[in-house]
Design a protein around this ligand. Structure first.
Ligand SMILES: C[S@@+](CC[C@H](N)C(=O)[O-])C[C@H]1O[C@@H](n2cnc3c(N)ncnc32)[C@H](O)[C@@H]1O
Length: 306
């Protein structure tokens, strides 16, 4: 209780895998004391060594003074029911996409026909690995521009024993791909604009900038996914992208695209689904649907799609 109150009084920001001071306190105590989950009452009643107390105090100070999110201190979190190793080379997994993956992308695609899946901006590999577990017939390509992030993704791929089906590749968006086409392209790309980046609470400063920042308006990556996604999808394939609180801007910028915006039982939002056919039709009907306007009024140049 005392630790919880200390964390409450520190005016911390939550939302990096934990939602309140009580969660942070529990995670830090469990980690510092090396407790199993769940811990029996007998185990909890054991005396705590001085070394463990000192470790706990060090971790609490890093949380309170340096504002390090608790998941970076414990180096583990859960995504779609799977434990992931995490450090400051990758974004802390927290995407609402976990829920959609657990539902095997129903009703947007028949999971039995998913043979190839692409995760763009894989970070810790959480989405790619959860997809491989949910869709046991699928081969998964996990792309990231950051070689640091890919090292973490490979740790998780090995730990979850999916190395045969999940390939981690360094790539600037689709750049490293050759002729591959996919049934599902899923992405939680960076989507924070410059102004918002400057206002983020200190907890975010511990995450890789490249995982958050996406140009002046936050849509640099989203534009690439919309522009090039259709070309990388098989007939009947779907593009699923998280844009978080950039949803309103995406709706305005691409007003003629027939997005379906998903709702999640466990909270979160800002995720759209488009079919390959919808993307192709938008391009066939009007190239402007995919070009979107830059905030300064320039038009983005759009490559051929489909
Ligand atoms: C918001 S994080 C998502 C990480 C992970 N998929 C998740 O949901 O926790 C975005 C990821 O995209 C990667 N990224 C940024 N720009 C990229 C680019 N041009 N091409 C590929 N990946 C990129 C970042 O390195 C980061 O790992």
């Amino acid at each position: 209780m005392r630790l919880q109150r200390r964390l409450q009084r520190a005016h911390l920001h939550f939302g990096h895998g934990t939602e309140r001071a009580k969660d942070d306190a529990a995670a830090l105590v469990w980690h510092a004391l090396g407790l199993p989950v769940p811990a029996s009452p007998a185990r909890l009643a054991r005396p705590v060594s001085a070394r463990r107390r000192q470790l706990l105090e060090r971790l609490v100070r890093r949380r309170v003074v340096e504002r390090v999110p608790v998941v970076y201190l414990t180096q583990r979190c859960w995504f779609a029911g799977l434990q992931m190793y995490v450090d400051e080379r990758v974004l802390i997994p927290r995407s609402p996409l976990a829920e959609l993956i657990e539902q095997r992308f129903a009703p947007w695609i028949d999971a039995r026909r998913v043979h190839r899946l692409l995760d763009v901006g894989t970070g810790s590999g959480c989405i790619a690995i959860a997809c491989a577990k949910a869709l046991p017939r699928a081969q998964v390509d996990a792309l990231d521009i950051s070689s640091d992030a890919l090292e973490v993704a490979r740790i998780n791929i090995r730990a979850h024993r999916v190395s045969r089906r999940v390939r981690a590749l360094q790539s600037d968006h689709f750049g490293a791909l050759k002729g591959e086409a996919y049934d599902i392209i899923v992405s939680n790309p960076p989507y924070v604009g410059a102004r918002e980046m400057a206002q983020l609470p200190p907890e975010y400063w511990h995450e890789p900038r490249q995982a958050l920042a996406a140009g002046r308006d936050g849509l640099d990556s989203v534009r690439v996914l919309l522009r090039e996604g259709a070309r990388r999808l098989r007939p009947g394939g779907i593009l699923v992208v998280e844009v978080g609180n950039s949803e309103e801007l995406v709706r305005r910028e691409f007003a003629r695209l027939p997005f379906t915006w998903l709702e999640f039982e466990r909270g979160g939002g800002g995720v759209f689904v488009l079919t390959r056919e919808q993307l192709c039709a938008a391009v066939g009907g009007s190239r402007a649907a995919l070009s979107g306007n830059m905030l300064d009024g320039e038009n983005v140049v759009v490559g051929d799609v489909g």
